[in-house]
Design a binder for this molecule. Structure first.
Ligand SMILES: [Zn+2]
Length: 310
């Protein structure tokens, strides 16, 4: 039985329903509040209100894409999930360097050490302190996906270590792997590195690639066997839809996923912004069968743990 690991426990993949694959419901870190206040999202009640608009639009599940020590809060995600009835999958792994000024361990520790931290988030429980201090206290909420990131066309040494740790975690836990492609770029090198590290490419989801409009880039990535998650539809609907149509025409429906990457407060309807996270489920013009494949079938497959044991 295919099992997905949510913050409130394991569920069968069939119960997820319409799933947003790259969301930001909670971002709760002093560094973000100080330097990036436009994406500071510390409030459970604010997140629950915006997620409720998505639930009303038929959304059943969301992946929160904040990994270790970057503003993740498993307790708050669990509270949002309880308040809305929407399943939430939390991430482990590492984000881009700008989130870690006070946490040098993220760029200096060897892959084995990072992999042990990531693995314990998936198998035991996410640290209540989110790996920001010397003490680790594991809570009851576990991560269900691994997230890592690159900034340029080629991974730096620190990014490479994070990818090595992610690959080890995927092998140990069966969790899927979500990547951040800065500006949509770097996907080709990510795929080459993950293949070299032995990660099954159908278990890999690249985010933000619809920032890059060249269909040839998307074709090359999809031909390699990875999944692409398009998440710029709230900002650039024509570009994202154009890419979607092109890749659907080429037969890649089974490898395409959707999300909002909605970290900006100015996107949230309940905070006075626009168009709101629910826009994607409400207004993205897709034929019903395609919509079901991209929003329901593909997420259920990629989010299921490869080794469906506890
Ligand atoms: Zn994101």
């Amino acid at each position: 039985m295919a099992v997905v690991r949510t913050v409130l426990g394991d569920v069968t993949a069939e119960v997820l329903g319409v799933t947003y694959l790259h969301e930001h419901l909670i971002i709760d870190a002093p560094l973000v509040a100080d330097r990036m206040p436009h994406i500071s999202l510390p409030s459970v009640s604010e997140a629950a209100a915006e997620v409720a608009t998505c639930a009303a639009a038929g959304v059943g599940a969301m992946v929160d894409a904040m990994p270790c020590a970057s503003g993740r809060s498993a307790e708050k995600l669990a509270a949002v999930s309880r308040a809305t009835g929407v399943h939430v999958v939390a991430a482990t792994g590492l984000h881009t360097a700008k989130y870690y000024a006070p946490h040098p361990w993220t760029r200096s520790e060897p892959a084995e050490v990072l992999a042990d931290l990531f693995t314990a988030d998936v198998t035991e429980g996410i640290d209540r302190y989110d790996y920001t201090g010397p003490v680790v206290r594991r809570g009851e909420h576990r991560a269900g996906i691994v997230k890592v990131a690159t900034l340029g066309e080629q991974p730096t040494d620190a990014e490479r270590r994070a990818f090595e740790a992610a690959a080890l975690t995927v092998a140990r836990t069966g969790a899927p792997l979500l990547t951040h492609c800065e500006g949509g770029r770097g996907g080709v090198a990510q795929v080459a590195l993950l293949a070299e590290l032995g990660v099954p490419l159908p278990r890999v989801i690249l985010s933000h690639t619809d920032k890059q409009p060249d269909p040839g880039y998307h074709r090359e990535l999809l031909d390699a066997g990875v999944n692409l998650e398009y998440d710029q539809g709230l900002r650039e609907p024509d570009r994202t839809l154009g890419l979607l149509r092109a890749m659907l025409d080429e037969g890649f429906a089974g490898q395409l996923l959707l999300g909002t990457d909605g970290a900006r407060r100015s996107l949230w309807r309940t905070l006075g912004g626009a168009p709101g996270l629910a826009w994607l489920a409400e207004h993205l013009p897709l034929e019903p069968a395609v919509r079901h494949t991209l929003f329901v079938t593909n997420p259920a497959r990629v989010l299921a743990l490869a080794n469906a044991s506890g």
